[in-house]
Design a protein around this ligand. Structure first.
Ligand code: SUG
Length: 421
């Protein structure tokens, strides 16, 4: 049976702005409090979706979450951060689990308050979209003692036998917290990866756990997808990403998956700092129906000092084509092409059980883009966030989107707007 990935892109919401809130996230700090454009953010997301739909990728969307969220202490959260759906959940393939179902664990995102408030809505959303228990399980999030940031720290490789090998990356172990970066607390815990391995019924020998190098975390690698990516038999990573040397990781991967090709980028050809600023590694790799692997890379990579050499290396390794994408509104908050999509490995039977309202084609994208043009502001400054007019606008806009995606019940529920934290 054909096996593929459903890509779920997060739609930026009407309150998209630059709050400077992303812990350890360089772009979010640099762009704090500059004026955002929710409309431009939305239309950039639509352009990317059109690109993947044109390529024949099986494509869906996850809607923005209701905002603002009012906390019990009176604080309001406006961030549109649910758009970075690579942090929504960890997802594993049915064929890798004991019970042959697709497993989801919503990320608890406890390292950032503005992100932790995403989890209850994400859990309800995933349980609505993936409701059929013969194909899917949506677990509770990992307990809050073990910080978890979702799929951004998991890479699934797969050889010709179809079995998955997961590269699962953590920044620290809660139980054995060494080595730690001096000034930044890494977001992902090892214990959460272990919890998910068990909860998803994976064979522990199919999960390779690797620790981020403290110096990489200090340089702004707050998620592993800022410094590595992979698909099928191909993986790329930066030489300074992990506590173990590249040779050891590559050998461990090839030990499990002999056909794997692991590409190492050296600091002299792409410095850690340029990697973080350009988001080269945060490119999204998608497979077309004829089996080609296309890399959707942020526009910012075109200015890299050794761009030709980087491109040649990745094309030689098995990428068929590189396409450039302007995602500047998301990138200014530290989210590139790979951050805004959640990969769900599926076969056709399971795909037919997914809530159809979120599946995209060109005409549905046109419908969503005209919805955005009706509701999203051209510019939004920090001062405007408190405006009750904006709150009403955001609420009405999402109710309408709920109708478009056939998810009305999720947006008409006042529970979403009051969180007791
Ligand atoms: O968690 N930015 C997000 C970016 C997440 C990117 N995701 C992946 N790498 N997978 C974060 O730091 C900034 C929001 C603000 O500053 O308003 C923010 O939350």
């Amino acid at each position: 049976m054909p096996f593929f990935e459903l890509n779920l892109d997060g739609l930026p919401g009407p309150t998209h702005h630059f709050g400077g809130l992303g812990y350890g996230n360089r772009a979010s700090k640099v762009n704090a409090h500059s004026v955002s454009s929710p409309l431009r953010a939305g239309l950039q997301a639509i352009e990317k979706l059109k690109r993947t739909v044109d390529l024949g990728v099986v494509q869906g969307v996850l809607p923005p979450h209701p905002r603002p969220v009012a906390l019990a202490n009176g604080q309001r959260i406006y961030s549109s951060s649910a758009m970075w759906t690579a942090n929504a959940a960890t997802v594993t393939a049915a064929r890798d689990s004991k019970d042959r179902r697709v497993h989801f664990t919503p990320a608890n995102l406890v390292s950032n308050l503005h992100r932790a408030v995403e989890t209850p809505f994400t859990t309800r959303l995933l349980r609505t979209l993936f409701a059929d228990p013969s194909f899917f399980v949506v677990h509770d999030p990992v307990v809050l003692s073990f910080p978890d940031e979702g799929a951004a720290n998991w890479t699934r490789l797969q050889g010709s036998d179809g079995n998955g090998l997961y590269i699962a990356v953590y920044g620290r172990s809660v139980g054995n917290p060494t080595p730690l970066p001096p000034t930044v607390v890494p977001r992902q815990s090892r214990e959460a990866l272990e919890w998910i391995t068990l909860q998803h019924g994976l064979d522990p020998s199919s999960v390779l756990m690797v620790q981020q190098a403290p110096s990489a975390v200090e340089s702004g690698v707050f998620h592993n997808d800022v410094i590595a990516t992979g698909f099928g038999e191909l993986m790329m990573m930066h030489e300074l990403a992990y506590t173990v040397p590249f040779g050891d990781i590559a050998a461990a991967i090839r030990n499990k998956l002999p056909s794997a090709r692991v590409v190492e980028f050296l600091n002299e050809e792409l410095s850690l700092s340029d990697a973080v600023d350009s988001y080269w590694f945060n490119s999204q790799w998608v497979q077309t129906p004829d089996g080609r692997l296309v890399m959707i890379a942020p526009d910012s990579c075109r200015r890299l000092p050794h761009r030709d050499r980087l491109e040649r290396r990745i094309l030689d390794a098995g990428i068929s084509e590189i396409q450039w994408m302007d995602l500047s509104e998301s990138l200014k908050n530290g989210g590139g092409p790979a951050c805004v999509r959640l990969r769900v490995p599926l076969d056709e039977d399971a795909l037919s059980a997914v809530h159809s309202g979120i599946m995209m084609n060109l005409s549905r994208l046109t419908e969503i883009s005209s919805w955005m043009k009706r509701w999203y502001r051209d510019t939004l400054s920090a001062a405007e966030l408190e405006s009750p007019v904006l709150h009403q606008e955001a609420c009405d806009a999402l109710c309408e989107l709920g109708d478009i995606l056939n998810l009305a019940e999720l947006f008409n529920d006042p529970y979403n707007l009051e969180l007791k934290i």
